[in-house]
Design a protein around this ligand. Sequence first.
Ligand SMILES: Cc1ncc(COP(=O)(O)O)c(C=O)c1O
Length: 434
Amino acid sequence: MRFDIAKSGSGLVYEIRNIVSVADKLKRSGIEVIWENIGDPVQKGEKIPGWMREVLVDLLKEDRTYGYSPTKGMDATREFLAERVNRRGKAQITPEDIIFFNGLGDAIARAYSAIRVDVRIIMPEPTYSTHLLAEVLHASFPPNTYRMNPYCDWSPDINELERKVKSHRAVVGILVINPDNPTGYVYPEETLRRIVEIARTYDLFLIFDETYQNIVYNGRNTVPLSDIIGDVPGISMKGISKEFPWPGSRCGWMEIYNADKDEIFARYIDVILTQKMSEVCSTTLPQMAIPRIMNHPEYQPYLNERIRHYEKLSNIAYRILKDLPYVMVNRTCGAFYMTVVFNEAILNSRQTLPIAQEDIRNYIEKLVAEPVEFDKRFVYYLLGATGICVIPLTSFFTDLPGFRMTLLDRDEAKFEQVVRMLAENIVAYVESSR
Ligand SMILES: Cc1ncc(COP(=O)(O)O)c(C=O)c1O
């Protein structure tokens, strides 16, 4: 090459996928990997029901399934989704306030790349990596965050949020992920209303990632942004990756609230749309499937059954881990992740787990010979010793050491066995340097 052609990255990596290359290497050496790294229900054994398959088979018989869709998305689907918001009787939107993307990952990338480089979105800490990576990439500076407190059920520090918004004028928007990934926290309505009030007071807009909005359990309740936003400008991000579940469809959408009430916000949405136009449109098939699947009489019972299953796994994991020494956990009440935090200063660089197979032990030792976060070191040893593949918590951009696992396994007995194995290995690892 006559020039260096690669752009310099932010130095940050998407660990949810990055760890796969390590796990794949172990797999090739004969280790059975237990994938706890990614929120893909299908990978964890979810069977797509027959009626859902039939909806898709019917769509495949129609020629228009194979064509481009309008840039914002299929008209009938946007009408259907707008009507679902309007039926709640709070916010009123039109189909024009909805824009489809190739998965929420795409929507997230577009949302941050359309913002001026010198303004920022404040986000939770820890946070779902795709938001943080996109925000940091747009600004080329470290993120602004408000902390989620693991000693208080993972609730956000709203005073910190307000303090930072007030003192840092470059912050123009607040990100909320509800229910949250990676913590599984479900925001009560009261907390959400306080955040909306902060946005109103300081003239900000809101981004609410509501991917998991309809996956709430253990008696908790929450409300969508559309119920409480009033006249504040905002975006709700929704999708079908988790809810249907169909992550391979790459289909998600933005619902835009109050663009007509704020000229600056309207211009920002226009930039997002203009960018989208150059790409023509998003995937057509899943958009066409949305009304047919959501309106299907089997849809809600199917979703309810899955929610009960996540609830069950959340309680199994909580029961096993809550009294374990060296870590703290909260009971997950939404989405399907559980985050385990190691007690302060409990980890060090001498701890190990026994790995019988020599080539694997050598590989893991090589990985941890380089300076790595203490929780990542634990994750590597856990993977080498047991095959369990979790994500280090620090890769969700927090100083708290820990890891995120999923509550997705369709096999309850296997799940319980994995959590017990996790618990034993946490204790063995921490005590190995005593
Ligand atoms: C909070 C959150 N937002 C967005 C996404 C991305 O979803 P999609 O598959 O639609 O890109 C995920 C995926 O895990 C997520 O957890």
